[in-house]
Design a protein around this ligand. Structure first.
Ligand code: PAF
Length: 281
């Protein structure tokens, strides 16, 4: 496995593979890899000749007061896991390599509307930062496929939109969320939960399941389900930002409760901000 830290080294390696006619998969990550990430890597390894994993805690997708400084950085342990799996290359650039003109001055990729709803309300600028770094990584690696988790559902919808709008020749693959046995979605941010909060956290997924079951059973309007779910989360100790039933393809409010839909939620629990979603297909 190769580990490269600069754009120049990355380009040299991927150009050589392209020259040999090999197909490539990119798995963009911020490191601190867990079983959810490894599922994405497995998909890359299965579907392409060469798999590149990027590890970069992208400063421009964090807002002021968010957890950029304390976000776990575990490159050595990540590298060991990826090497064991047979990953071909890790790209772990420095900030100055990714943003040579600085965070503020760098060109940004904005996706109007989709970026301003749901998580975009509490995290203004977050999806612009995500879209920018993902476009840069796709341009650098020029993979045939790029693999993302459905756990960050809004992110996945936005990336698909960027790729479509900018006519980028890459297949975006979404992979279902990996969960703990009690239903909690795996996330690097689960480490911010105290033992007491960890015991409460699976209620987020249970609440989404209850909403999905009510949608499938039919009944009153989605706004009622959303409001009741928010109340259910408050009762067990969450501070919910939103629970929303949306169309799965473009996150608009559904005119009818016809699938494919997705129920999405974001809620704070102590120091952690948890997000989760459940597709109704
Ligand atoms: O999902 C993530 O880990 C990040 O948002 C991503 C896609 C790697 C961009 O920094």
């Amino acid at each position: 496995m190769h580990v490269v830290h600069t754009v120049a080294e990355l380009r040299e390696k991927v150009m050589a593979w392209k020259g040999q006619g090999l197909s490539m998969a990119l798995i963009p990550t911020m490191g601190n890899l867990h079983a959810g990430h490894l599922r994405l890597v497995e998909t890359g390894l299965r579907r392409a000749d060469r798999t590149v994993v990027s590890i970069f805690v992208n400063p421009i997708q964090f807002g002021p007061g968010e957890d950029f400084a304390r976000y776990p950085r575990t490159l050595e342990a990540d590298g060991r896991q990826l090497a064991r799996m047979g990953t071909d290359l890790i790209f772990a650039p420095s900030e100055s390599d990714m943003y040579p003109h600085g965070r503020e001055a760098t060109t940004k990729v904005a996706v109007p509307d989709l970026s301003d709803i749901l998580c975009g309300v509490a995290r203004p600028g977050h999806f612009r930062g995500v879209a920018t770094v993902v476009v840069k990584l796709l341009n650098l690696v020029q993979p045939d496929i790029a693999v993302f988790g459905e756990k960050d559902f809004q992110q996945l919808v936005i990336i698909r939109r960027v790729v479509e709008d900018l006519n980028m020749a890459v297949d975006i693959i979404g992979i279902p969320t990996v969960r703990e046995p009690d239903g909690l979605a795996l996330s690097s941010r689960n480490r911010y939960l105290s033992p007491g909060e960890r015991a409460v956290a699976p209620a987020l997924y249970r609440t989404l399941k209850a909403v999905a079951e009510r949608v499938q059973a039919g009944g009153p309007d989605p706004a009622t389900y959303e409001a009741e779910a928010m109340e259910a989360l408050r009762r067990v100790g969450f501070d919910p930002e939103y629970v929303a039933i949306r169309r799965a393809d473009d996150l608009t409010r559904p005119a009818s409760l016809e699938p494919p839909l997705v129920v999405l939620a974001a809620a704070r629990l102590g120091q952690a901000r948890l997000i989760d979603n459940l597709c109704i297909r």
